[in-house]
Design a protein around this ligand. Structure first.
Ligand code: ATP
Ligand code: MG
Length: 258
């Protein structure tokens, strides 16, 4: 027990330090209170449990902080890098997620509250990564999940994540890859990403890697085609801005749905 409490304190202190170093906490704020708002006690316990199970060896700092999740650099038991995505249980717009859970027949009973929704979302992202990977689509390899924490392959050179399409030069290759991947997701994985954008694709020397799969739904979801069209339109728009493209969204849709 004493050891567990010691572990808890260590994890808490680390997270607090990373948050301070990354200036995600305002200097004048009450650090402890803010940290507790971001990471509740059960999140801390979940981090410890992942460490106790040896799925996670160590936490090394914040990679990126968004509104809904923080991504940390962690180490696996062999000291290799892992990405630790922690969904915030305090995020207020969990209701928006409902539409991406209801209608997906993998998830029967709908969660009652925001915490359950976040846990389900985490599990959903893990399953989506598995499904995409099984269909041969390059995504970060899913390693483990617990409550609101997802462990996956780290993409990039620690402590930096790989650049996304939005942060890189893109050409014909990335253009072709994008629509090939949207189509492969639909036809082989039976998935729609539903948040496909230049911010959710890494550009690496080994080719692009799609990520941020929490919103993805099965193609049997009642709004699947609507989401598919939105993904296609987003990417047509992005590549046009970069001076690339031929087909418009309608033409791509016809090809994918044929
Ligand atoms: N597997 C990974 N390896 C390395 N870095 C990662 C990984 N996954 C996510 N990141 C980093 O964290 C950022 C946010 O990740 P992600 O898009 O999955 O979360 P998000 O909640 O959608 O955040 P945002 O609202 O900023 O899109 C990414 O842009 C990337 O910099
Ligand atoms: Mg994202």
């Amino acid at each position: 027990m004493a050891e567990a409490e010691g572990g808890s304190k260590k994890v808490r202190e680390r997270l607090l330090r990373f948050e301070r170093e990354s200036r995600y906490l305002r200097r004048d704020s009450d650090d402890r209170k803010v940290l507790e708002e971001v990471f509740d006690r059960s999140t801390m316990l979940a981090v410890e449990e992942l460490i106790a199970r040896k799925d996670l060896g160590e936490l090394r700092g914040v990679v990126r902080a968004g509104k809904e999740a923080r991504v940390y650099l962690g180490e696996d038991r062999a000291g290799g890098p892992v990405a630790v995505k922690i969904y915030l249980t305090s995020a207020s717009d969990f209701r928006k997620r409902m539409g991406y859970i209801a209608g997906d027949r993998r998830f029967g009973r709908l969660p009652a509250g925001s915490r359950e929704t976040v846990y389900l979302w985490t599990r959903k992202e893990f399953k989506n990564l598995q499904l995409a990977r099984g269909a041969g689509i390059r995504v970060p390899a899913p390693l483990a999940f617990l409550k609101n924490i997802l462990l996956m392959e780290y993409v990039g050179t620690p402590p930096d994540p790989a650049p996304t399409f939005s942060e890189s030069e893109v050409g014909e290759e990335e253009y072709a890859w994008t629509f090939r991947t949207i189509e492969a997701l639909w036809t082989r994985a039976r998935l729609v990403h539903a948040d496909f954008s230049e911010f959710n694709v890494f550009r690496t020397d080994e080719g692009p890697i799609l990520f941020d799969m929490g919103s993805a739904v099965l193609s049997s979801h009642p709004q699947a085609q609507e989401f598919l069209r939105r993904d296609v339109s987003n990417m047509v728009r992005f590549f046009r801005k970069r001076g690339l493209g031929g087909k418009d969204a309608d033409e791509w849709m016809k090809g994918i749905l044929r």
